[in-house]
Design a protein around this ligand. Sequence first.
Ligand code: FAD
Ligand code: 2HG
Ligand code: ZN
Length: 487
Amino acid sequence: EVYPSLKRFEHFKRLTSDDIVHFKQVLDNDDNLVLTADLDFFNEDHLRKYKGQSSLVLKPKTTEQVSKILKYCNENSLPVVPQSGNTGLVGGSNPVFDEIVLSLANLNKIRSFDNVSGILKADAGVILENADAFLAENGFIFPLDLGAKGSCFIGGNVATNAGGLRLLRYGSLHGSVLGLEVVLPDGTVLNSLNSLRKDNTGFDLKQLFIGSEGTLGIITGVSVLCPTRPKAVNVAFLGVESYEAVQKAFTESKNYLSEILSAFEFMDLNSQKLSKEFLKQKSHPLDEEHPFYILIETSGSNKDHDDVKLESFLEYAMENEIVSDGVVAQDETQLKTLWNWRESVSEASTIYGGVYKYDVSIPIQDLYRLVEDVKVRLSDFNLIGETEEFPVKDAIGYGHIGDGNLHLNVAVRRYSKEVESCLEPFVYEWIKKHNGSISAEHGLGFQKKNYIGYSKSDIEINLMKQLKKLYDPKLILNPYKYINFDK
Ligand code: FAD
Ligand code: 2HG
Ligand code: ZN
């Protein structure tokens, strides 16, 4: 077995050829919907850290087919992993042993759009970028944006409660998702795909599925409230000399830009050096190096007004030495280029061979100290350095500072037990000590299932286990992930 310390649940049945014949019937005997070969993409996670051994991928086209598949799997104790774009960063979307992969890729239609209320109803397998492009044609915007937009599905976003680059402005999916269509493990279809902004009748059950990472049900449809697309968008990319100044810039940007501030992201110098290498660029948007960079986006309805607000913020920030250099995008192309210097860091972090990723929430004043402390620790253990003999190349920090969310990426030349045990549980203990969360937005998946106790109490964990038992008594949905539900 690939994971020697983990045991396959004994009550799970092994897949047989009869099962496959049954699934083929459910899926109209269409060979494109029942895959039994070349399954590497589905078995491996985006970061190529985890690899399962599934021999079956099902790609239903309708909610009814999903329902029939789950009913059969539940009756026969066959485990299932729901998979969307497979861009998740915690190994949640891949099998661990021989679980069946249920891909949502063929549930990819927009169902309806109401351009008065801005409510979009769509299949869960619509690619985020496609949903946003459809909305753009109608003068609206998807309330979520993230670097993986070209591959991730909106159902996957909801299942992970993805945060991303617009959360500061539009809030989390817990607010903007109005309803869901979910297939429960026994095949029951739970439909709350309504178009109501307000509905105080009983428990808000859909909230449980937002961020449940495929452990309670399979999301097949999403109803989401979409804002009007801002007519005027500005992006400023700024160089800053200290972490203190980053915080001052955040406070002042809220004062000066208030309702038009739509993103406040930060990156440290070494994250930009990595991106420069990754993007194969000779120069950076700012000529001189700075310890920190900030990307500020404004979105409003009147370009002239927004320009004036941004200029007065920049004047204040420069005069008061909060910001030492900066550039403002002059057109759409520059705007995309500047965003790319931020969005590419995640992928850039892997260029030396591998990466350990931590996605944490901490009160903003303490946030960057985690990166500094981790660097000191790696050096104390003689694990970080410029030459090949050191397993760690660098530790970088960047993220959604406006949301108190840091991404600590430890870029390695090779994965090693020594590095892993130097980082874990050190990072998780550090976060607990600073009252943070061990997962701000990427979720628990396989990577963090043993660490939820650093962010949640025993009482909370026990309630989660009871809910799991209620929804999925046979534990067929996404087993071995999230929490140790078997115990
Ligand atoms: P998958 O990776 O396929 O699945 C993710 C999890 O959800 C798995 O546990 C899976 O079993 C479950 N799942 C998937 N679909 C369903 C469904 N229909 N019903 C029930 N369960 C389901 N995340 C952020 O929060 N913010 C970011 O800014 C961000 N940026 C990223 C940038 C890059 C370059 C990459 C590679 C990832 C980034 N992520 C970010 C990670 C993020 O979680 C995913 O990109 C995205 O939300 C996952 O969507 P997906 O369609 O790829 O889902
Ligand atoms: C981002 O904000 C993503 O770029 C990915 O959440 C972060 O790769 C990471 O650690
Ligand atoms: Zn992020």
